[in-house]
Structure formats: C-alpha cells, structure tokens
Design a protein around this ligand. Structure first.
Ligand code: SF4
Length: 437
C-alpha cells in the first residue's frame, strides 16, 4: 500500500509528519510524494489563521481529486479547532485530533475493515498526556533534524488559537528525547533543532518553571560533532535571569527566535503577552552583553485592534534600537474563536498595509546593521550546499547568518555537512562572503 502526506504550518507539524511516515513505513507502506497516486493520503493541517483553515480544506479536496479512491485522513490543528467542519467534508474518511496522531495507522486499519468513517478528537481541555509517536530516525536532508520536546501552551495570548488547538502544556519523556538525539547524531545530523508549541515551557508542568536548560545540558553530554539550536523562546515564559542559564552550553547556537509581537506596552497588554518592553529589552541587553553578535529573530504584528499611530511608532522604534537578524512582520489577521477577534477598534486594511510596508523597511535596515556588525569577525558555519555556478559553498553560522565561501567542487564535496570556522569579510547576497580559517 502507498501513503502520501501533505503538511501545512510549523516545524512541529513537519516533525510530526516525519514521525507519521515512520509509523506507516513500519506498517509496510511505501511512502510516496504528495503528487503521486496513493491509497492513503494524510493531511497534517494548520489553523493559525482563517486562511490556514481554508488552505487545509483546499489541500484535502486537491488530494481527493488526485486520488479519487484513496482513504483521506485529516489531522493537525484544524482537525482540532474545526472538527465538525472537517467531519462534514465528504472527502474525509478519518479525522484524528491533536493527540491522536500516533493512532492514525490503527484507525486506517479499522477503516479498511469496516469502511466506516472514523472520528477521534478529544476536547482540548482533555488533551492529557504527550502523544509519543516513537523515535524519529531520519529527516528530509542530512544536516538538520528537528526534535519535538514539548506540546501545548497555557499562555492564551488574545490573538492566538493555538492553546485551543494543542491543549495545555505536556512535556515529552526526557529519555525518549535523549534516545532520539543520540540516534540522530549517530546518523550524522549536525544540527538538532529543539522544537515545540512553546519550547520554553518544557518541564514546567509542576512548578511553572522552565527546565529547558536541564535538557540542553543532558543533550550536550552526548558524544559527537554537532550543535543545538532552539526553534524559539517565548518572552511570555523566560526573562533575563533565565536566559543567562543557557549561556554555559558550548553546543548551543548563539541564536534565539524571541517573538516581541509589538513594541508598544499598550498593545502588549491587550495581546495579554505577560511582559512589557522594559522586560523584553532587558532580555535583549543580557544576550548582547554576552555576545554582541548573538542572532535574535522576532515576529511583530501590525494593525492589532486598538493599535494607534503612536503604538505603531513604538514598534518601529524597537527595530531601530535592536539589531535583529530578521524580523517577520505580520498584518493582524482576525481568527475566529480568539478574544482579539471580538475586540472593537479593528484596524482598517489600508492602514495595516501601510504599517506593514513601513515596518518591513525598518526591519531590513535593522538586519543590515546586524550583518555589518559581523564583518571582520569569525563564526562557526555548518556547510549545507554547493553552488556550482557561483563556485561557493553555503551554510548557516551559529548566529543564523547565511555565509558563502569560495571553494572548488572537490573540496566542497568533503565540506558539506561539516563545520568550518569562517572569517566573515564582505556583504554578499542575503548574507556574508568569507574565508575558511
Ligand atoms: S505563547 Fe501566545 S502566541 Fe505563543 S502559542 Fe502560546 S498563546 Fe500562542
């Protein structure tokens, strides 16, 4: 039997699809690409915006059109938040909610036996334990591997549907994480990306205190030539004191995705983000005091309900003051089922567009400042790809800068998927060109 998979959304979804592929392979399925004919088609959906919901439905219809006789399985966040709408789709045979991914092969077996539609979706309040999907042995590509360490979020930011899609905080069993990390390192992966719905909440179930530093310490003790990257850290959880705990780990990349969402305390308050800009800037200052070229990426929403021109200027000032490696700018998008969707003072689309353009400009200048500050310094780079035309090998520095090094093809073959210490010399394309030290 053949199975194909379509994944929408975040790194956690990508990880879960990889784990699902391994579960199906263990059942004897051949995994084929999403455009190839298949007997079972699984759509791992996203529900972060209304648009994501729509794209999820479109993916289902597209797959069924390609494979009229296949069994269609819908899982992921939209299967949780829009369960009745998904259930009502005639194309859909099996609906598996957030915590049911590991049971999908079994649901498919049952369906093949009795041809009866399957619907297994728990209310988000009842999403009890961590849905362990088994040890993932391989990822697309050979350089970077994601490891899911945590599920759920209990922050309830007013614009966010994720706590309703993923449920409360559940951490993965430490032993399973360490086993998976060791296996991936032994398979030759050079970068382990620790990911989750709110990674910083790892291990916080009992006392609310994050235990991520303990896990990083244990992973770092595994023998091997690799580095660790965090997919993100939430300032709704960590503070300047906590971030210091991460500085001692030599294998941890000097890069953090620290979503600020707005530079205005008024807007942060109505977003229910649990910190103000003084606290956020304090975390940034602590990081930059440790390594002035530590890479910080972030997200900013423009046009949040009630955002005045002055609030928006606070966001612009934030990217003018802080050298972000990259700023992802999002126009606020109403999400049914969230408190912000019901807020008055929704901002007009043309105002959102104008603010988005202005902030993207300011963010590009911020990123340019950050990159230029790295010129003349050296960083460790993990080489990933060779471009024959340019005659350059490229990879990401630990602080998330894209780096290019001139190299002949023979040397590059040996250098791919290995680390090199590079002197960063000149701006080049979206990054920096340097020489291997
Ligand atoms: S921290 Fe806030 S934005 Fe992030 S997943 Fe949780 S509720 Fe959503």
């Amino acid at each position: 039997m053949k199975a194909s998979f379509v994944t929408l959304g975040c790194k956690v979804n990508q990880y879960e699809t990889q784990a699902l592929k391994e579960l199906f392979r263990a059942e004897g399925y051949e995994i084929v690409s999403e455009n190839d004919p298949a007997d079972v088609c699984v759509v791992n959906t996203c529900s972060v915006t209304n648009i994501a919901d729509r794209k999820s439905r479109q993916a289902v219809r597209h797959l069924k059109k390609l494979n009229p006789d296949c069994i269609v399985v819908v899982t992921g966040c939209y299967a949780q938040t829009g369960k009745e709408a998904v259930r009502a789709m005639e194309e859909v045979d099996i609906v598996a909610g957030t915590n049911e991914k590991s049971s999908i092969p079994e649901l498919v077996r049952e369906y093949i036996e009795d041809q009866e539609k399957k619907f297994r979706v728990l209310e988000y309040e009842k999403l009890g334990c961590f849905d362990e999907m088994g040890i993932v042995e391989a990822m697309e590509g050979r350089t970077r591997a994601y490891i899911k360490i945590q599920e759920g979020c209990n922050r309830f930011c007013s614009y966010c549907i994720i706590p309703y899609a993923r449920g409360n905080v559940r951490s993965r069993n430490e032993e399973d994480i360490l086993k998976e990390a060791e296996l991936l390192i032994n398979c030759g992966y050079k970068e382990l990306v620790l990911t989750g719905i709110n990674t910083a909440l790892y291990g916080s179930e009992e006392d609310g205190e994050p235990k991520l530093h303990i896990l990083i310490d244990k992973i770092s003790r595994i023998e091997g030539d690799y580095r660790i990257r965090l997919s993100s850290l939430e300032p709704t959880v960590i503070n300047a004191e906590y971030i210091k705990k991460l500085f001692e780990f030599k294998k941890l990349c000097h890069h953090v995705h620290l979503s600020v969402q707005s530079g205005s305390d008024n807007v942060l308050k109505s977003m229910k983000r649990r910190y103000d800009m003084t606290e956020y800037r304090n975390i940034v200052k602590t990081i930059k005091d440790f390594d002035e070229n530590y890479g910080i990426t972030t997200d900013i929403i423009v046009g949040f309900p009630g955002e005045e021109e002055e609030d928006f200027n606070d966001s612009v000032r934030t990217v003018e003051d802080i050298d972000f490696c990259k700023v992802h700018v999002f126009k606020y998008s109403r999400r049914g089922g969230t408190p912000a969707d019901k807020m008055k003072d929704q901002v007009a689309p043309q105002v959102k567009n104008a603010r988005s353009e202005a902030l993207i400009k300011a963010s590009e200048t911020s990123a340019e400042r950050f990159i230029n500050k790295n010129l003349g310094t050296s960083r460790s780079v993990l080489f990933e790809e060779y471009d024959r035309k340019k005659g350059t090998i490229t990879g990401l520095a630990d602080n998330y800068i894209r780096v290019y090094v001139k190299m002949d093809e023979k040397d590059a073959e040996n250098a791919i998927n290995s680390f090199g210490n590079v002197l960063l010399e000149q701006r080049f394309l979206d990054g920096i060109k340097g020489i291997l030290l």
